[in-house]
Design a protein. Sequence first.
Length: 526
Amino acid sequence: MIPERVEEPQVCRLSEARRTVEPCSMVIFGASGDLTFRKLIPALYHDFKEKLLPAEFRVVGFARREKTTESWRAELRQALEQFSRTKPVDEEVWAAFARHLFYCQGDLADPIAYARLEQLLSAPGNPALRCNLVCYLAIPPSQFGLAAEHLHRAGLLQRNDPANGSPRGWQRIVVEKPFGHDLASAQALNRDLTRFAAEPQIFRIDHYLGKETVQNILMFRFSNALFERLWHRDAIDHVQLTVSEAHGVDQRGGYYEEAGALRDMVQNHLLQVLSLIAMEPPVSLDAEAIRDEKVKLLRSIRLFSPEDVARHVVRGQYRAGTLNGVPQPAYRQEPRVRPDSNVETYVALKLFIDNWRWSGVPFFLRTGKALPRSASEVRIQFRRTPHVLFAAQCGPKLDPNSLTLRLQPNEGIILHFNGKVPGTTIAVRPVRMHFSYDAEFGAYTPEAYERLLLEAIAGDATLFIRRDEVEIAWQIADSIRAGWQDKPLSDREFYAAGTWGPVAAEDLLAQTGHAWREPMVIKPST
Ligand code: BG6
């Protein structure tokens, strides 16, 4: 018998896993804030553990609170206990990592604090640790300009185009969302920052772009001839993008009152995922080529007129309800939320992309808090078969084919098609082909920030948002907000926590004979 030959899948590497990262320092502004403890330090710890950081590097935490390097390290160690994705924390790795961490106490508006920072960075060692800097602004956007100006004055930030190199090393600024609260404020932030740093030095974070499955959208689309051939209006009926969250706003009521679901999720994460799903193939995989295509796509999204908003956008806010038998408070009862708040915790919308590929194909997007489960997925629904063979018996009951890109959790890709039910009767029913990340690749689940911080250190801007991208995304969000005209929420716009949103969101699809597909319940395969 000829033994079955099992072929090792051939891996086509487009970039080196361990790229050259130059010695540098990362200065974290807002070093005593939540983000530093929950995300940034755990991410750097894991990057260090994986030996992905430069051999020589420093992390300097800058914040107003009185602390010493030792006390900051002790706090970070404790936080790691809670927020590290791998447990237990490896003491040996931590001890080695902690030697790279330093604290600089200071006020963002105080020039002397920046002089202290400069001194700390100039400590004996490789001179690159003084001039190659990643400045992470984990501070309110209103202070981005202030920090950039002081850094510049202290000689720590030179405006240059990193592509041309500089004898004074390179400096990059990483900024968190929210990047403004509308187009005008985002433009103002861009003006503030670009006074002291050139656009290629600015790395605007959208942590969704750091997620493996989101990065896989481009690889999946453009490395497979099979699906890309179907990726257009002739084959696709509509697209659904759901980012649902089971939790409410928890302790973030203060922030959320200023944001709401449209600004918090749609303007950034949902539009980013959408642009990857719908963009044209880039001419290469470099940052500018990819971002050019995303921008082109965002520009082709039809802006909403007030009439479109009335017809195509549904907002909602959760009332008290129950989730898995556990009572949930109403949004208006959450800490730091106004008791008569009109902020939306849910948005569903139908949008059109006015280009050749997508003309006439509706894209339905929805996101909300206090929904029945947390899951993010994109469902591409193909057109129905022509009604020939099955029309009489099944008619519209025959499920159209669809492809689900499951972004989280239990990441994977699922193809839904119809198959014959075995037996003497002739019956068809939907079946699935399921690719699951963990079954195929094992449990490799780096946090988005692990990747994003490394990219910023390496100077690759592919996974960051460019100035024009952020501005167009605000234009789209603003056109929706303008349609709401600060009108108070009507009764129809509330939904009970633990349900799939206001009834009007169902009508949004029902108008055209569609229905939302609930995100799938998928069990981990390992
Ligand atoms: C953040 C939002 O950007 O993304 C949060 O501010 C939201 O409100 C979070 O919960 C969702 O991120 P993830 O990675 O949990 O899907």
